[in-house]
Design a protein around this ligand. Structure first.
Ligand code: ARG
Length: 455
Protein backbone atom coordinates (compact mmCIF):
# COMPACT_ATOMS: atom_id res chain seq x y z
CA UNK A 1 0.00 0.00 0.00
CA UNK A 2 1.59 3.32 -0.96
CA UNK A 3 1.76 6.16 1.51
CA UNK A 4 0.03 8.67 -0.68
CA UNK A 5 -3.48 7.12 -1.04
CA UNK A 6 -6.31 9.71 -0.55
CA UNK A 7 -5.78 11.79 -3.64
CA UNK A 8 -5.52 8.88 -6.05
CA UNK A 9 -8.31 6.96 -7.82
CA UNK A 10 -6.16 4.21 -9.33
CA UNK A 11 -3.41 1.90 -8.29
CA UNK A 12 0.06 2.59 -9.60
CA UNK A 13 0.94 0.83 -12.83
CA UNK A 14 3.04 -2.24 -11.95
CA UNK A 15 6.08 -1.40 -14.06
CA UNK A 16 5.95 2.20 -12.89
CA UNK A 17 5.76 0.96 -9.33
CA UNK A 18 8.92 -1.08 -9.80
CA UNK A 19 10.61 1.83 -11.51
CA UNK A 20 9.70 4.17 -8.68
CA UNK A 21 10.50 1.85 -5.79
CA UNK A 22 13.83 1.98 -3.98
CA UNK A 23 13.38 -0.81 -1.43
CA UNK A 24 15.68 -3.13 -3.38
CA UNK A 25 18.61 -0.90 -2.55
CA UNK A 26 17.60 1.33 0.36
CA UNK A 27 16.64 -1.62 2.59
CA UNK A 28 20.24 -1.64 3.76
CA UNK A 29 19.51 1.60 5.65
CA UNK A 30 16.88 -0.14 7.84
CA UNK A 31 18.81 0.21 11.09
CA UNK A 32 19.62 3.86 10.44
CA UNK A 33 15.99 4.56 9.50
CA UNK A 34 14.82 3.09 12.78
CA UNK A 35 17.45 4.94 14.77
CA UNK A 36 16.28 8.21 13.21
CA UNK A 37 12.64 7.37 13.91
CA UNK A 38 13.37 6.56 17.54
CA UNK A 39 15.02 9.95 18.00
CA UNK A 40 12.13 11.66 16.22
CA UNK A 41 9.51 9.84 18.33
CA UNK A 42 11.36 10.68 21.54
CA UNK A 43 11.39 14.34 20.54
CA UNK A 44 7.68 14.33 19.62
CA UNK A 45 6.91 12.89 23.06
CA UNK A 46 9.19 15.28 24.91
CA UNK A 47 7.65 18.28 23.13
CA UNK A 48 4.11 17.08 23.82
CA UNK A 49 3.41 16.86 20.08
CA UNK A 50 2.28 13.29 20.67
CA UNK A 51 1.44 11.57 23.96
CA UNK A 52 4.43 10.52 25.99
CA UNK A 53 2.88 7.04 26.35
CA UNK A 54 2.48 6.75 22.58
CA UNK A 55 6.01 7.94 22.03
CA UNK A 56 7.26 5.27 24.45
CA UNK A 57 5.21 2.60 22.70
CA UNK A 58 6.54 3.66 19.29
CA UNK A 59 10.12 3.57 20.55
CA UNK A 60 9.69 0.18 22.21
CA UNK A 61 8.14 -1.31 19.07
CA UNK A 62 10.75 0.23 16.79
CA UNK A 63 13.45 -1.33 18.96
CA UNK A 64 11.73 -4.69 18.62
CA UNK A 65 11.53 -4.31 14.85
CA UNK A 66 15.20 -3.37 14.74
CA UNK A 67 16.29 -6.42 16.70
CA UNK A 68 14.05 -8.76 14.73
CA UNK A 69 15.52 -7.40 11.49
CA UNK A 70 18.98 -7.82 12.94
CA UNK A 71 18.40 -11.43 13.97
CA UNK A 72 16.59 -12.25 10.74
CA UNK A 73 13.28 -13.20 12.39
CA UNK A 74 11.60 -10.34 10.52
CA UNK A 75 12.04 -10.09 6.77
CA UNK A 76 11.75 -6.82 4.87
CA UNK A 77 8.71 -6.73 2.61
CA UNK A 78 10.27 -6.17 -0.78
CA UNK A 79 6.97 -4.99 -2.25
CA UNK A 80 7.07 -1.87 -0.07
CA UNK A 81 8.03 1.32 -1.91
CA UNK A 82 11.06 2.04 0.21
CA UNK A 83 12.55 1.30 3.62
CA UNK A 84 10.75 4.23 5.25
CA UNK A 85 7.40 2.94 4.05
CA UNK A 86 8.19 -0.56 5.24
CA UNK A 87 9.21 0.46 8.76
CA UNK A 88 6.17 2.69 9.19
CA UNK A 89 3.83 0.00 7.85
CA UNK A 90 5.36 -2.64 10.13
CA UNK A 91 5.04 -0.31 13.11
CA UNK A 92 1.40 0.46 12.30
CA UNK A 93 0.67 -3.22 11.80
CA UNK A 94 1.84 -3.81 15.37
CA UNK A 95 0.48 -0.79 17.28
CA UNK A 96 -2.20 0.70 15.03
CA UNK A 97 -2.94 4.41 15.35
CA UNK A 98 0.11 5.11 17.50
CA UNK A 99 2.25 3.95 14.61
CA UNK A 100 0.46 6.34 12.30
CA UNK A 101 1.52 9.25 14.54
CA UNK A 102 5.25 8.67 14.03
CA UNK A 103 5.40 10.63 10.79
CA UNK A 104 3.97 13.78 12.43
CA UNK A 105 6.16 16.78 11.56
CA UNK A 106 8.35 14.75 9.25
CA UNK A 107 8.62 14.07 5.55
CA UNK A 108 10.40 11.28 3.77
CA UNK A 109 12.51 14.05 2.28
CA UNK A 110 14.16 14.98 5.56
CA UNK A 111 13.95 11.37 6.70
CA UNK A 112 15.91 9.96 3.77
CA UNK A 113 18.48 12.74 4.02
CA UNK A 114 19.02 11.79 7.66
CA UNK A 115 19.12 8.04 6.99
CA UNK A 116 21.73 8.39 4.29
CA UNK A 117 23.90 10.58 6.50
CA UNK A 118 23.69 8.09 9.36
CA UNK A 119 24.39 5.17 7.04
CA UNK A 120 27.39 6.82 5.41
CA UNK A 121 28.79 7.86 8.79
CA UNK A 122 28.76 4.18 9.79
CA UNK A 123 30.37 3.16 6.50
CA UNK A 124 33.01 5.84 6.85
CA UNK A 125 34.03 4.25 10.16
CA UNK A 126 34.48 0.94 8.33
CA UNK A 127 36.47 2.64 5.61
CA UNK A 128 38.79 4.17 8.21
CA UNK A 129 39.28 0.76 9.82
CA UNK A 130 40.12 -0.82 6.47
CA UNK A 131 42.58 1.97 5.70
CA UNK A 132 44.18 1.40 9.10
CA UNK A 133 44.50 -2.29 8.39
CA UNK A 134 46.35 -1.59 5.13
CA UNK A 135 48.48 1.01 6.91
CA UNK A 136 49.48 -1.58 9.51
CA UNK A 137 50.54 -3.96 6.74
CA UNK A 138 52.53 -1.18 5.10
CA UNK A 139 54.24 -0.28 8.36
CA UNK A 140 55.25 -3.89 9.03
CA UNK A 141 56.44 -4.49 5.47
CA UNK A 142 58.35 -1.22 5.39
CA UNK A 143 60.09 -2.14 8.62
CA UNK A 144 61.14 -5.50 7.14
CA UNK A 145 62.42 -3.93 3.95
CA UNK A 146 63.87 -0.70 5.34
CA UNK A 147 67.33 -1.57 3.96
CA UNK A 148 66.34 -3.31 0.72
CA UNK A 149 68.13 -1.16 -1.85
CA UNK A 150 66.26 -0.70 -5.12
CA UNK A 151 66.23 1.74 -8.00
CA UNK A 152 63.87 4.66 -7.62
CA UNK A 153 62.32 5.71 -10.90
CA UNK A 154 61.31 8.81 -12.77
CA UNK A 155 59.77 8.38 -16.23
CA UNK A 156 59.97 4.67 -15.38
CA UNK A 157 63.72 5.01 -15.93
CA UNK A 158 66.10 4.04 -13.15
CA UNK A 159 66.97 7.29 -11.42
CA UNK A 160 68.48 7.16 -7.92
CA UNK A 161 68.82 4.55 -5.20
CA UNK A 162 66.04 4.22 -2.64
CA UNK A 163 64.85 1.47 -0.33
CA UNK A 164 61.79 -0.71 -0.77
CA UNK A 165 60.49 0.33 2.63
CA UNK A 166 60.72 3.94 1.58
CA UNK A 167 58.77 3.21 -1.60
CA UNK A 168 55.99 1.51 0.39
CA UNK A 169 55.76 4.38 2.82
CA UNK A 170 54.93 6.77 0.00
CA UNK A 171 51.64 4.88 -0.28
CA UNK A 172 51.17 5.06 3.47
CA UNK A 173 51.31 8.85 3.21
CA UNK A 174 48.63 8.82 0.51
CA UNK A 175 46.40 6.62 2.63
CA UNK A 176 46.90 8.83 5.68
CA UNK A 177 45.67 11.77 3.62
CA UNK A 178 42.73 9.67 2.42
CA UNK A 179 41.84 8.91 6.01
CA UNK A 180 42.14 12.60 6.87
CA UNK A 181 39.83 13.53 4.01
CA UNK A 182 37.26 11.01 5.22
CA UNK A 183 37.44 12.52 8.69
CA UNK A 184 36.98 16.03 7.33
CA UNK A 185 34.04 14.87 5.28
CA UNK A 186 32.43 13.26 8.34
CA UNK A 187 32.28 16.62 10.09
CA UNK A 188 29.90 17.97 7.44
CA UNK A 189 28.04 14.68 7.19
CA UNK A 190 27.21 14.60 10.90
CA UNK A 191 24.46 17.21 10.64
CA UNK A 192 20.77 16.48 11.18
CA UNK A 193 18.38 17.62 8.46
CA UNK A 194 15.37 16.37 10.41
CA UNK A 195 12.86 19.16 10.95
CA UNK A 196 13.32 20.45 7.40
CA UNK A 197 10.08 18.64 6.66
CA UNK A 198 9.24 18.25 3.00
CA UNK A 199 11.01 21.53 2.23
CA UNK A 200 9.60 24.31 4.39
CA UNK A 201 10.16 23.19 7.95
CA UNK A 202 7.07 22.65 10.06
CA UNK A 203 4.64 24.47 12.31
CA UNK A 204 5.12 22.01 15.19
CA UNK A 205 7.33 23.10 18.07
CA UNK A 206 10.19 20.71 17.30
CA UNK A 207 13.41 20.42 19.23
CA UNK A 208 15.77 19.74 16.37
CA UNK A 209 18.90 19.93 18.50
CA UNK A 210 17.52 17.25 20.79
CA UNK A 211 17.13 14.90 17.81
CA UNK A 212 20.66 15.65 16.65
CA UNK A 213 22.06 15.06 20.13
CA UNK A 214 20.16 11.76 20.45
CA UNK A 215 21.78 10.62 17.22
CA UNK A 216 25.24 11.80 18.18
CA UNK A 217 25.25 14.39 15.42
CA UNK A 218 27.14 17.63 15.80
CA UNK A 219 24.35 20.01 14.79
CA UNK A 220 21.34 20.68 12.62
CA UNK A 221 21.04 22.01 9.08
CA UNK A 222 20.50 25.76 8.98
CA UNK A 223 18.09 26.00 6.04
CA UNK A 224 15.17 23.68 5.38
CA UNK A 225 15.49 23.79 1.58
CA UNK A 226 19.17 22.93 1.83
CA UNK A 227 18.44 20.35 4.51
CA UNK A 228 16.41 18.17 2.15
CA UNK A 229 18.28 18.83 -1.07
CA UNK A 230 21.91 18.83 0.03
CA UNK A 231 23.89 15.84 -1.16
CA UNK A 232 27.31 17.44 -0.80
CA UNK A 233 28.18 14.79 1.77
CA UNK A 234 27.64 12.16 -0.92
CA UNK A 235 29.72 14.09 -3.44
CA UNK A 236 32.45 14.68 -0.88
CA UNK A 237 32.58 11.06 0.13
CA UNK A 238 32.67 9.97 -3.52
CA UNK A 239 35.45 12.48 -4.19
CA UNK A 240 37.47 11.17 -1.25
CA UNK A 241 36.90 7.60 -2.40
CA UNK A 242 37.88 8.47 -5.96
CA UNK A 243 41.16 9.96 -4.78
CA UNK A 244 41.73 6.91 -2.59
CA UNK A 245 41.15 4.67 -5.61
CA UNK A 246 43.67 6.70 -7.62
CA UNK A 247 46.18 5.75 -4.93
CA UNK A 248 45.20 2.10 -4.79
CA UNK A 249 45.20 1.93 -8.57
CA UNK A 250 48.72 3.37 -8.82
CA UNK A 251 49.87 0.94 -6.14
CA UNK A 252 48.17 -1.93 -7.98
CA UNK A 253 49.91 -0.92 -11.19
CA UNK A 254 53.29 -1.09 -9.46
CA UNK A 255 52.50 -4.49 -7.96
CA UNK A 256 51.60 -5.70 -11.45
CA UNK A 257 54.88 -4.37 -12.84
CA UNK A 258 56.85 -5.80 -9.93
CA UNK A 259 55.34 -9.25 -10.52
CA UNK A 260 56.42 -9.31 -14.17
CA UNK A 261 59.51 -11.27 -15.19
CA UNK A 262 60.93 -7.97 -16.43
CA UNK A 263 61.01 -6.65 -12.85
CA UNK A 264 60.51 -9.64 -10.54
CA UNK A 265 60.73 -7.49 -7.44
CA UNK A 266 57.83 -9.21 -5.73
CA UNK A 267 56.30 -12.67 -5.64
CA UNK A 268 52.65 -12.82 -4.68
CA UNK A 269 51.43 -15.65 -2.51
CA UNK A 270 49.60 -18.39 -4.43
CA UNK A 271 46.48 -17.66 -2.37
CA UNK A 272 46.36 -14.19 -3.92
CA UNK A 273 47.20 -15.00 -7.54
CA UNK A 274 45.47 -16.81 -10.35
CA UNK A 275 46.49 -19.00 -13.25
CA UNK A 276 45.58 -19.27 -16.90
CA UNK A 277 43.20 -21.74 -18.51
CA UNK A 278 45.62 -22.38 -21.35
CA UNK A 279 49.14 -21.25 -20.40
CA UNK A 280 50.47 -23.60 -17.73
CA UNK A 281 53.30 -21.30 -16.69
CA UNK A 282 51.13 -18.30 -15.84
CA UNK A 283 50.75 -16.74 -12.42
CA UNK A 284 48.73 -13.58 -12.75
CA UNK A 285 48.27 -10.64 -10.38
CA UNK A 286 44.50 -10.53 -10.95
CA UNK A 287 43.75 -8.98 -7.56
CA UNK A 288 45.90 -5.96 -8.32
CA UNK A 289 44.43 -5.71 -11.82
CA UNK A 290 40.89 -5.78 -10.45
CA UNK A 291 41.72 -3.06 -7.96
CA UNK A 292 43.14 -0.98 -10.80
CA UNK A 293 40.04 -1.67 -12.88
CA UNK A 294 37.55 -1.01 -10.11
CA UNK A 295 38.89 2.51 -9.73
CA UNK A 296 36.89 3.17 -12.91
CA UNK A 297 33.66 2.18 -11.19
CA UNK A 298 34.27 4.53 -8.30
CA UNK A 299 35.10 7.47 -10.58
CA UNK A 300 31.94 6.57 -12.49
CA UNK A 301 29.90 6.73 -9.29
CA UNK A 302 31.27 10.21 -8.62
CA UNK A 303 30.42 11.31 -12.18
CA UNK A 304 26.92 9.84 -11.76
CA UNK A 305 26.24 11.95 -8.71
CA UNK A 306 27.80 15.14 -10.03
CA UNK A 307 25.59 14.77 -13.08
CA UNK A 308 22.46 13.87 -11.12
CA UNK A 309 22.82 16.94 -8.91
CA UNK A 310 24.00 19.58 -11.32
CA UNK A 311 20.69 20.83 -12.72
CA UNK A 312 18.31 20.22 -9.85
CA UNK A 313 16.12 23.11 -8.75
CA UNK A 314 15.45 23.36 -5.02
CA UNK A 315 14.40 21.45 -3.09
CA UNK A 316 13.92 17.64 -3.12
CA UNK A 317 13.60 15.97 -6.53
CA UNK A 318 13.18 12.28 -7.12
CA UNK A 319 16.39 12.30 -9.15
CA UNK A 320 18.11 12.25 -5.79
CA UNK A 321 16.95 8.71 -5.12
CA UNK A 322 19.75 7.79 -7.54
CA UNK A 323 22.28 8.83 -4.91
CA UNK A 324 22.08 5.57 -3.01
CA UNK A 325 23.10 3.01 -5.62
CA UNK A 326 26.01 5.15 -6.70
CA UNK A 327 27.40 5.81 -3.26
CA UNK A 328 26.70 2.28 -1.98
CA UNK A 329 28.54 0.86 -4.96
CA UNK A 330 31.51 3.12 -4.35
CA UNK A 331 31.70 2.32 -0.64
CA UNK A 332 31.33 -1.44 -1.21
CA UNK A 333 33.94 -1.35 -3.96
CA UNK A 334 36.49 0.57 -1.92
CA UNK A 335 35.99 -1.63 1.14
CA UNK A 336 36.53 -4.85 -0.81
CA UNK A 337 39.53 -3.38 -2.60
CA UNK A 338 41.18 -2.30 0.66
CA UNK A 339 40.34 -5.56 2.39
CA UNK A 340 41.74 -7.68 -0.44
CA UNK A 341 44.78 -5.54 -1.13
CA UNK A 342 45.97 -5.67 2.48
CA UNK A 343 46.38 -9.47 2.79
CA UNK A 344 47.72 -9.68 -0.76
CA UNK A 345 50.49 -7.28 0.23
CA UNK A 346 50.99 -8.81 3.65
CA UNK A 347 51.68 -12.25 2.16
CA UNK A 348 53.81 -11.06 -0.76
CA UNK A 349 57.52 -11.88 -0.77
CA UNK A 350 59.85 -9.01 -1.56
CA UNK A 351 62.79 -10.31 -3.61
CA UNK A 352 65.69 -8.45 -2.07
CA UNK A 353 68.39 -9.78 -4.43
CA UNK A 354 66.42 -8.83 -7.52
CA UNK A 355 65.88 -5.32 -6.20
CA UNK A 356 69.59 -5.10 -5.56
CA UNK A 357 70.49 -6.44 -9.01
CA UNK A 358 68.22 -3.87 -10.65
CA UNK A 359 69.79 -1.14 -8.54
CA UNK A 360 73.25 -2.18 -9.74
CA UNK A 361 72.27 -1.42 -13.32
CA UNK A 362 71.18 1.85 -14.84
CA UNK A 363 73.77 4.19 -13.30
CA UNK A 364 71.50 5.20 -10.41
CA UNK A 365 74.59 6.37 -8.51
CA UNK A 366 75.54 8.91 -11.19
CA UNK A 367 74.16 11.81 -9.13
CA UNK A 368 76.20 10.61 -6.14
CA UNK A 369 79.27 10.47 -8.38
CA UNK A 370 78.69 14.09 -9.40
CA UNK A 371 78.06 15.04 -5.76
CA UNK A 372 81.46 13.49 -4.93
CA UNK A 373 83.10 16.05 -7.21
CA UNK A 374 80.98 18.82 -5.73
CA UNK A 375 82.20 17.91 -2.23
CA UNK A 376 85.74 18.22 -3.67
CA UNK A 377 84.96 21.76 -4.78
CA UNK A 378 83.79 21.47 -8.40
CA UNK A 379 80.66 23.48 -9.30
CA UNK A 380 77.69 21.11 -9.67
CA UNK A 381 77.04 21.90 -13.34
CA UNK A 382 80.65 20.98 -14.26
CA UNK A 383 80.49 17.84 -12.14
CA UNK A 384 77.22 16.86 -13.85
CA UNK A 385 78.79 17.21 -17.28
CA UNK A 386 81.91 15.27 -16.34
CA UNK A 387 79.91 12.32 -14.95
CA UNK A 388 77.61 12.38 -17.97
CA UNK A 389 80.67 11.82 -20.16
CA UNK A 390 81.83 9.02 -17.87
CA UNK A 391 78.43 7.31 -18.15
CA UNK A 392 78.56 7.56 -21.94
CA UNK A 393 82.03 6.06 -21.89
CA UNK A 394 80.86 3.23 -19.56
CA UNK A 395 78.00 2.42 -21.93
CA UNK A 396 80.40 2.34 -24.88
CA UNK A 397 82.71 -0.08 -23.01
CA UNK A 398 79.90 -2.11 -21.41
CA UNK A 399 81.08 -1.07 -17.94
CA UNK A 400 79.38 0.44 -14.89
CA UNK A 401 80.57 3.30 -12.69
CA UNK A 402 81.65 0.62 -10.19
CA UNK A 403 83.80 -1.22 -12.77
CA UNK A 404 85.24 1.78 -14.60
CA UNK A 405 89.02 1.89 -13.92
CA UNK A 406 90.28 4.71 -11.67
CA UNK A 407 92.65 5.83 -14.42
CA UNK A 408 89.70 6.72 -16.63
CA UNK A 409 88.10 8.64 -13.75
CA UNK A 410 91.29 10.60 -13.25
CA UNK A 411 91.60 11.25 -16.98
CA UNK A 412 88.12 12.81 -16.91
CA UNK A 413 88.79 14.93 -13.81
CA UNK A 414 91.83 15.08 -11.56
CA UNK A 415 89.66 15.53 -8.46
CA UNK A 416 88.77 11.82 -8.61
CA UNK A 417 90.56 9.50 -6.20
CA UNK A 418 90.20 5.87 -5.11
CA UNK A 419 87.58 6.90 -2.52
CA UNK A 420 85.15 7.54 -5.39
CA UNK A 421 84.29 3.85 -5.26
CA UNK A 422 83.05 4.26 -1.67
CA UNK A 423 81.09 7.32 -2.67
CA UNK A 424 79.21 5.46 -5.39
CA UNK A 425 78.68 2.29 -3.39
CA UNK A 426 74.90 1.75 -3.40
CA UNK A 427 74.55 1.15 0.34
CA UNK A 428 76.59 4.22 0.97
CA UNK A 429 74.45 6.24 -1.47
CA UNK A 430 71.28 5.18 0.32
CA UNK A 431 72.64 5.44 3.86
CA UNK A 432 73.71 9.03 3.27
CA UNK A 433 70.22 10.10 2.27
CA UNK A 434 69.15 11.07 5.75
CA UNK A 435 67.29 14.34 5.33
CA UNK A 436 63.77 14.17 6.69
CA UNK A 437 61.64 11.99 4.44
CA UNK A 438 64.60 10.41 2.64
CA UNK A 439 65.11 6.69 1.87
CA UNK A 440 67.99 5.82 4.27
CA UNK A 441 67.03 2.81 6.43
CA UNK A 442 67.15 4.92 9.60
CA UNK A 443 64.72 7.42 8.03
CA UNK A 444 62.43 4.60 6.95
CA UNK A 445 62.35 3.26 10.49
CA UNK A 446 61.62 6.74 11.84
CA UNK A 447 58.82 7.12 9.31
CA UNK A 448 57.41 3.73 10.32
CA UNK A 449 57.43 4.78 13.97
CA UNK A 450 55.63 8.02 13.10
CA UNK A 451 53.14 6.05 11.02
CA UNK A 452 52.47 3.53 13.78
CA UNK A 453 51.74 6.40 16.14
CA UNK A 454 49.04 7.58 13.73
CA UNK A 455 47.28 4.25 13.27
N1 ARG B 1 12.97 6.74 -1.72
C1 ARG B 1 13.08 8.13 -1.69
C2 ARG B 1 14.53 8.56 -1.93
O1 ARG B 1 15.36 7.75 -1.80
C3 ARG B 1 12.61 8.67 -0.40
C4 ARG B 1 12.12 10.07 -0.47
C5 ARG B 1 10.83 10.11 -1.16
N2 ARG B 1 10.28 11.41 -1.21
C6 ARG B 1 9.37 11.76 -2.07
N3 ARG B 1 8.95 13.00 -2.03
N4 ARG B 1 8.90 10.95 -2.98
O2 ARG B 1 14.83 9.66 -2.25
Amino acid sequence: MPLWQGRFQKELDQQTNDFNASISFDSRMAQQDIRGSIAHAAMLGKQGIIDKAESDLIIKTLRQIASELESGTLAIDMTAEDIHTFVEAELTKRIGDSGKRLHTARSRNDQVALDLRLYLLDETEKLEESIDRLLRVLAAKAKDTADYVMPGYTHLQRAQPITFGHHLLAYAQMLLRDRGRLRDCKARMAVSPLGSGALAGTTYPLDRDFVAAQLGLAGVSANSLDGVSDRDYVLELLSCLSILMVHLSRFAEEVILWCSWEFKFVELDDAFSTGSSIMPQKKNPDIAELVRGKSGRVFGDLMTMLTVMKGLPLAYNKDMQEDKQAVFDAVDTVLICLDTFAPMLETATVLKDNLRAAAAKGFINATDCADYLVYKGLPFRDAYKCVGQLVASCIAQNLTLETLPLAQYKAACDLFDADVFDAINLDHCVNKRIVKGAPAPQCVLAEVAALEAQI
